[in-house]
Structure formats: structure tokens, C-alpha cells
Design a protein around this ligand. Structure first.
Ligand SMILES: Cc1cc2nc3c(=O)[nH]c(=O)nc-3n(C[C@H](O)[C@H](O)[C@H](O)COP(=O)(O)OP(=O)(O)OC[C@H]3O[C@@H](n4cnc5c(N)ncnc54)[C@H](O)[C@@H]3O)c2cc1C
Length: 393
């Protein structure tokens, strides 16, 4: 999207978030749901497809623009973003980047309009940080594939009409043999399928009870001999793991942007509180130890914002598609945790009460260090990239 159009879109999103979503945060928290009118308005604004290709009804933003939008989404209850996050992000991008023209035509316009919600189904009980070990299988039966296994923590599963499912179609050695690549590379033999939610044998478990991010729903998804036609294999057989890693790297930049937005909100709330809340006859903001907390949060937030944008620009240029996104997610998710913790501290006892924004954000932000790769996994990715750039050891 050209710069001038994007600035208009970004300003409209900012207005929408601040004028329409912020006043509904308590309602989202209480009901654990995004109100229908907000969902309809978000669809009207094009939020279900801003990162999907323009040819299919999306807005085709760059990754740097995506991060700027995430700054805005992060400013409010993250459940709002989650409603359209998988369509634009990890699930929609698999179809947009690796799907056939037929698959793109079948799914992307409906994803972009919000008519269809897609979930990304990779994680399993013993395959979270190490998804290459996933056990869900897909075996050939005539011209169909038959999927068996279970996934957990799948965002939007209770709402999804489409599941982007990662399943084992061959052993590591089998698939590597045909690919001409080393069989020691992780994830060989994993393929990805676009599976309709109403397929016989597919069941979604009850909604998980989470620490935070109310209004964003996750659940287990079970595949009991789910029959999928050949045309639903996305990309090349045995190469689904690579697709997953590609979209997850992009997603990390978006999450980094969310963290920046949330940190900004906590800082704004904290400054406001420090300016008016009084102790010892003066605003607590007069006390230098409180000032220090505000200053540290401001400096770390500024660093996170710059890092997320710079890493996104390098991703767009193709200069760094692995270490940079991992570093941005690592730093920004740890940064927002520190900012949220200081936000609670600055609010004193009020910061521990359910009625304050900082208390809610403190819980909401905890997830960013866990999903789309834990902080530990981001460190492993960064170190792997650094060492791979060295001459053979
Ligand atoms: C709210 C929520 C939404 C989610 N949405 C989705 C979704 O839409 N789709 C999806 O597929 N998944 C989703 N996930 C799953 C998420 O990506 C995983 O929870 C995450 O990757 C961690 O995996 P795990 O929970 O199995 O933890 P584990 O992998 O068991 O990790 C436990 C601990 O061990 C550490 N650890 C594990 N392996 C290593 C290692 N090799 N080296 C160092 N430390 C290690 C971890 O860093 C962590 O501290 C979601 C999770 C949550 C909580």
C-alpha cells in the first residue's frame, strides 16, 4: 500500500481503536467476547484482510505497515486483534504465500471480508516449542488424505470455518529422499492442509480458561479420520514445516508491534495516575523513584518501537527474515512485561485490583513471551542464525 493511503488507514484504525474499542474493554473482559457490532465494524474497516493480497480483497500492507497497525491494536484489549489476527497472520499467510491459485481464490476473499475465520493448527501436547515432532498424521486413501490426531491451544478454533492443519505425511527420511535435502533438517515429512471446520470427524473442544486476553478464544481440535481431498494439500507435500516457520517469523514482528502498543497504553495510564494520585500531600509523580519507573519504561518502549520497525523494514527488504523478527519479539515481549510490572507498581494497591487497566494488561501481556515461540526459542533462533553465518566450524 502506498505511504499516503497507509497513513489514512492507520489514522482511521487509531481513531477506531481509541473511540470505539477502548470504551468497550470492560465489556470484553466481563463477557469474554468481542461484541458483534465491533466485529461488523472491524470487517467494514477491512481489518480481517489488511495483510492479505489486494488481488483477493485484502489491503496488502507491507510488514513494516503491519507493525504500525499492531502498535494501534496493542493499545487496547488484545482479544480485539485476535479476532482477525489469524486471518491476516499465521493462517491466512499460509494460503496467501503457499496456496494454489484455486485455493487462494476459494479462501482469501472470504478471509479478507471476515466471512470466514481461519485457525492455524500446529501445536500439540508434545510438540509446542519443538513442532517438528508433531504426531498428527495424514495418510493417503485413493485421491484423499485422511487426518488423525489432536492439536491444542488453537486460537479462534471455536469460531473457525477453516483450519490450516500441519500433519505428518511421511517419515523424515522418506520425504527428505525426494527433496534432495539433508534428512537431518527438522520438519521434513510434515505437510499442511486447508480443512473445513465442518468436515466429519473434526471436533473442537471446550474453550480454554486463560489467564488473560479475554475475548480471544482457544481450544483443542481433534481429527478422527478426517477425510480431506487432494486439492486441500497446500504447497508441496512434505514442505509444510517450512511454510509454518516462514509465517511464524512474519508473525513475530506483528507480536512485537502488539507489545509496543500495549506498553504505550500502560505508560500512558501510569503517567496519568502519577500526575494525579497524591501521597504525603503531593502527586506521586513528584517523587523521583516514581519518575525513574516512568523514565525507564519510556526509554525501553522507545527502543522496542525502533527495533520492531527496523526489523520489519529489513524483513520487507529480504535482508533478515529470521534473527531480526526473533530479536524484535524477544525484546518487545520482555520489555512490555517490565513496563506492565512497573505500571502495577506505580498504581500501588490499585494496580492489583481487577478494575484497573494496568492489572488487565499485566495479565494480557504475559502471553507474548509464550506463543509464536517462547523467549527461549527466540534466543535459540538468534544464536542459530549468528552461528550459521560463520565459516564451517
Ligand atoms: C493463548 C494461546 C494461543 C495459542 N495459539 C496458537 C495457535 O493459534 N496455533 C498453534 O499452533 N499454537 C498456538 N499456541 C501454542 C503456543 O505457540 C505454544 O504454547 C508455545 O509455542 C509453547 O509451547 P508449549 O506450550 O508446548 O510449551 P513447551 O514447549 O512445553 O515449553 C515449556 C518450557 O520449556 C522451554 N523449552 C521447550 N523446549 C526448549 C528448548 N529446546 N530449549 C530451551 N527451552 C525449551 C520453553 O521455552 C518453556 O519455557 C497458543 C498458545 C496459547 C497459550
Amino acid at each position: 500500500m502506498d505511504d499516503a493511503s497507509f497513513e489514512q488507514v492507520c489514522a482511521a484504525v487509531r481513531r477506531f481503536v481509541r473511540e470505539r474499542v477502548l470504551p468497550r474493554e470492560e465489556e470484553i473482559e466481563e463477557t469474554d467476547a468481542i461484541p458483534d457490532d465491533l466485529r461488523a465494524a472491524a470487517a467494514e474497516l477491512g481489518l480481517f484482510g489488511y495483510a492479505l493480497p489486494e488481488a483477493y480483497g485484502g489491503a496488502g500492507v507491507t510488514v513494516a505497515q503491519d507493525v504500525r497497525l499492531a502498535f494501534e491494536f496493542g493499545y487496547t484489549a488484545p482479544g480485539f486483534r485476535s479476532m482477525f489476527g489469524t486471518n491476516n497472520g499465521i493462517a491466512g499467510q499460509v494460503i496467501a504465500r503457499f496456496g494454489s491459485p484455486e485455493q487462494q481464490q476459494a479462501f482469501l476473499p472470504r478471509l479478507a471480508s471476515g466471512e470466514l475465520i481461519a485457525s492455524f493448527a500446529l501445536t500439540e501436547p508434545e510438540a509446542g516449542s519443538s513442532p517438528a515432532g508433531l504426531k498428527t498424521s495424514a495418510r493417503r486413501d485413493g485421491t484423499d488424505w485422511v487426518l488423525t490426531g489432536s492439536k491444542r491451544f488453537i486460537t479462534n478454533a471455536p469460531l473457525a470455518g477453516l483450519f490450516v492443519v500441519f500433519a505428518r505425511t511421511g517419515s523424515t527420511a522418506d520425504s527428505a529422499a525426494g527433496s534432495g535435502e539433508s534428512s537431518s533438517r527438522p520438519g521434513h515429512g510434515i505437510s499442511v492442509f486447508a480443512v473445513d471446520a465442518d468436515s466429519p470427524g473434526l471436533t473442537v473442544g471446550p474453550r480454554d480458561h486463560k489467564m488473560g486476553q479475554r475475548g480471544a478464544w482457544t481450544a483443542e481440535v481433534h481429527f478422527d479420520d478426517v477425510r480431506v481431498p487432494e486439492g486441500r494439500l497446500v504447497g508441496t507435500e512434505g514442505r509444510g514445516y517450512r511454510s509454518a516457520m516462514t509465517v511464524l517469523a512474519r508473525g513475530r514482528l506483528h507480536i512485537a508491534g502488539m507489545c509496543v502498543g500495549s506498553a504505550q497504553r500502560v505508560l500512558d495510564e501510569s503517567v496519568r495516575h502519577a500526575a494525579v494520585s497524591r501521597q504525603g500531600g503531593r502527586p506521586i509523580g513528584d517523587y523521583q523513584l516514581v519518575q525513574a519507573m516512568l523514565a525507564e519504561s519510556y526509554a525501553e518502549l522507545a527502543a522496542g518501537r525502533s527495533l520492531a520497525l527496523a526489523a520489519a523494514e529489513r524483513y520487507d527488504e529480504g535482508a533478515d527474515v529470521a534473527a531480526g523478527p526473533a530479536a524484535a519479539k524477544l525484546y518487545c515481549s520482555e520489555m512490555v512485561a517490565r513496563v506492565a510490572d512497573r505500571g502495577v507498581q506505580i498504581h500501588g494497591g490499585l494496580g492489583y485490583l481487577r478494575s484497573t487497566v494496568v492489572e488487565r494488561m499485566y495479565r494480557d501481556c504475559r502471553l507474548y513471551r509464550l506463543y509464536e515461540g517462547t523467549s527461549e526459542i527466540q534466543k535459540l533462533i538468534i544464536a542459530r542464525e549468528l552461528l550459521a553465518a560463520q565459516p564451517a566450524r
